[in-house]
Design a protein around this ligand. Structure first.
Ligand SMILES: *Cc1c(COP(=O)(O)O)cnc(C)c1O
Length: 435
């Protein structure tokens, strides 16, 4: 597999290089030079395959011989070791539960696959890989649990004090082993700035092999295509062939993976990009003007993104042709009041508790159906996280219905530890240098 930069079509790097560097020097994003079509026979019989089998087929088609077949199979079986069920709510409405991994969010797909790909490429005796991440909540948990116990790696996670939910904090602070949690007296932006400064620091780079586990890493995007195919397989098994997906979107990595799946040959009728009031993309699709904004805090805080980093990838998938893109992608925005009403509606209609991000994807399906009354496709909205990660949002009677998963209960009895730092780069640097 060869990759180019969205800022330089002529650049060529290997998959391994793109995995360890995340981003090209020119600040573009890596994209596959070639997007092969999956064979029609595979798509025609997809309902006969399991999630790991589907994942292997896609990964091997994209990666070609970057990782030998048996190694890739083993890697996938280890990384994608949980289910992604499309739960039926009514005859043609499904919620795709992507929260059955260790951190209870869809980011487990990307983080687990990436950690194992990195570990695979790290040869015995090579220098320890130091992963630095800043998190506002979900990314940190997925990366921590994704790398936990992975040989030859060490992860340092910076998170803002008092700004992550209790379960998110437990996922960051109860790991020990090769995972360090650092609580920063500041905001997520401060954490991100500290990490960025560390990547630019000569002394740190001379001493450590630093890498970011950033969501723009191509090895996080690829495994997110797996569940789109697997969902299509689940629906096809039930005789449903026309499928639309509604994706709660922030940095647009998740829907970007859906569109990559589409380009690989997945027959999807429509994608809906559902956002909160951080609505750069819906505004762009309405007006043709791409204008980023500073982000505004909402109930669906994992989608509080004013400059979605993966949007350039999506534009590249469509060769910059906005009219073609608009035939495949519709986008709607919803505010907090609507989000809360959506949570209540899903609860009363289906007796189902959806996290605020998931509720926005549901609302987008309702809106799409209102605008397209003749469309009878089965609609799947992606549930990107378990409701228990956002306990403060729900009205009491709905919060009472949330079942806390066993793996969370297990965390509650573990010792917690976070190192504490101020927003001060010299302090952070000394912390890292001490090792
Ligand atoms: C990260 C996240 C999103 C946004 O996904 P993108 O790939 O950034 O669009 C949505 N919901 C939850 C719960 C998340 O953690």
């Amino acid at each position: 597999m060869q990759l180019y930069s969205t800022n330089n079509k002529y650049l060529r790097v290997s998959f391994k290089e793109a995995v360890f560097n995340s981003m090209p020097q020119d600040k573009g994003l890596y994209m596959p030079v070639e997007i092969p079509q999956l064979d029609a026979d595979f798509i025609g019989n997809i309902e006969k395959y399991s999630l790991p089998e589907i994942a292997y087929k896609i990964a091997s088609t994209l990666l070609k011989d970057e990782i030998p077949a048996e190694d890739l199979k083993a890697l996938i079986e280890d990384a994608i070791n949980f289910e992604a069920p499309a739960v039926k709510l009514d005859d043609n409405t499904f919620v795709l539960e992507l929260f059955h991994g260790p951190s209870l969010a869809f980011k487990d797909f990307g983080a687990r696959f990436m950690s194992r790909v990195m570990a695979y490429f790290l040869k015995d005796g090579e220098q320890l890989l130091d992963v630095l991440v800043a998190t506002s909540g979900d990314t940190g948990g997925a990366v921590a649990l994704g790398f936990l116990g992975v040989p030859n790696t060490r992860v340092t996670i910076l998170y803002p004090e008092g700004k992550v939910s209790p379960i998110q904090e437990l996922q960051l602070t109860t790991n020990a082993e090769n995972i360090r949690a650092v609580q920063v007296k500041g905001t997520f932006d401060d954490c991100q700035a500290l990490v960025k400064q560390a990547f630019a620091d000569e002394e740190l780079n001379a001493k450590f092999r630093l890498t970011s586990a950033n969501s723009i890493n191509i090895s996080r995007l690829i495994p997110q295509t797996f569940y789109y195919f697997n969902t299509y397989a689940q629906l096809k098994k039930q005789g449903l062939n026309d499928v639309i997906f509604s994706v709660p979107s922030g940095n647009f990595g998740n829907i970007g993976a859906g569109l990559l799946a589409y380009k690989l040959g997945l027959p999807v009728k429509q994608f809906i990009a559902a956002t909160n009031i951080n609505d750069t993309v819906p505004r762009f699709l309405e007006s043709g003007i791409y204008e980023t904004k500073p982000s505004t805090q909402t109930y669906s805080n994992a989608m509080d993104v004013g400059a979605p980093s993966n949007w350039v990838r999506i534009m590249d998938l469509f060769n910059g042709d906005v009219d073609t893109l608009k035939k495949v992608v519709t986008s709607y925005r919803f505010n907090d009041e609507e989000t809360l009403a959506g949570i209540k509606e899903i609860d009363s209609k289906f007796d189902y508790v959806a996290c605020p991000h998931t509720a926005i994807a549901y609302l987008a399906i309702e809106k799409f159906r209102e605008e397209n009354p003749d469309d009878e496709s089965a609609a799947v909205f992606l549930s990107t996280a378990h409701a228990c990660k956002f306990p403060d949002i729900f009205p009491k009677e709905i919060a009472a219905k949330i079942k806390i998963p066993e793996q969370v209960k297990a965390l509650e009895s573990k010792p917690q530890h976070a190192d504490k730092l101020n927003v001060d780069f010299e302090g952070f640097k000394n912390y890292l240098l001490k090792g």
